[in-house]
Design a protein around this ligand. Structure first.
Ligand SMILES: CC(C)(COP(=O)(O)OP(=O)(O)OC[C@H]1O[C@@H](n2cnc3c(N)ncnc32)[C@H](O)[C@@H]1OP(=O)(O)O)[C@@H](O)C(=O)NCCC(=O)NCCS
Length: 215
């Protein structure tokens, strides 16, 4: 018998599960350990803003007692960027130095590739925050995909955004299957580019899409 999957608001007790899923799905839906050695630092970079600064915009999917997916939202991407810049990134840099991450080849290789992508202008994307102010990240455990959990999480998030009269929402993805998923859920491509910083591991420059939906 399969246990029913429930979508509910994020609770602080879900924090560890959300962090686990974030690192296990970090790179094109696959685990992060091929790219970075410290999952705690990566989980901070991916989830700390949402779980600790705006938990009211986050949802989880739960099967029995197990969290099997999440949507981490920010109603105002501009405010989120300020908190990232002023509070989260300085703490992260300290942690990176204290934990000796820069002494490990695997991390240096990854940072080098990121820097090279940056120099090629691959991180440029137009600013969509005026028309699509909200943003989110969504990830589902591999074993639970294609069961309409992602769709239910997006519906729940759109619901609270509409209640608060937010006019639009956007997200970034480096995955063609995820692009199809977002299109199925009412999003359209606002911008597309390429990112080559994963090429040294996956063998090709991955696409990058900014997807947006008006509410
Ligand atoms: C992308 C993701 C969030 C989709 O969630 P999901 O619960 O698996 O998706 P749903 O079951 O709600 O899919 C709804 C529809 O989207 C489309 N879709 C979903 N996954 C798809 C895929 N891999 N390829 C093509 N279309 C897909 C299908 O039309 C699907 O409907 P159907 O199953 O009836 O054909 C999830 O697969 C995931 O976490 N992937 C890995 C990480 C990732 O890519 N995150 C998003 C980018 S930031």
């Amino acid at each position: 018998m399969t246990t029913e999957i429930i979508i509910r608001s994020f609770h602080p007790n879900d924090r560890d599960a959300v962090r686990r899923i974030s690192t296990q799905t970090a790179f094109l839906g696959n685990p992060a350990t091929r790219f970075v050695t410290d999952e705690a630092v990566l989980a901070d970079a991916l989830t700390l803003y949402f779980t600790d600064h705006e938990p009211e915009s986050c949802f989880v999917a739960v099967q029995g007692t197990r969290v099997c997916g999440y949507l981490l939202g920010a109603k105002n991407a501009g405010d989120m960027e300020k908190t990232m810049r002023n509070r989260i990134i300085p703490g992260l840099l300290g942690k990176i130095l204290r934990r000796g991450l820069l002494l490990k080849k695997i991390n240096l290789q990854f940072l080098w590739q990121i820097a090279a992508s940056g120099c090629r202008g691959e991180f440029f994307a137009p600013d969509f925050t005026h028309t699509y102010p909200a943003l989110f990240h969504i990830n589902i455990d591999e074993s639970c995909r294609r069961q309409h959990i992602g769709t239910a999480l997006i519906d729940a998030y759109k619901g609270i955004l509409r209640k608060e009269s937010v006019c639009g929402v956007h997200c970034g993805t480096m995955s063609d299957p995820a692009k199809q998923f977002f299109e199925k859920n009412g999003f359209r491509v606002l911008f597309s580019g390429k990112r080559s910083y994963l090429r040294y591991r996956v063998g090709y420059a991955v696409p990058y899409y900014v997807m947006g939906a008006l509410l």
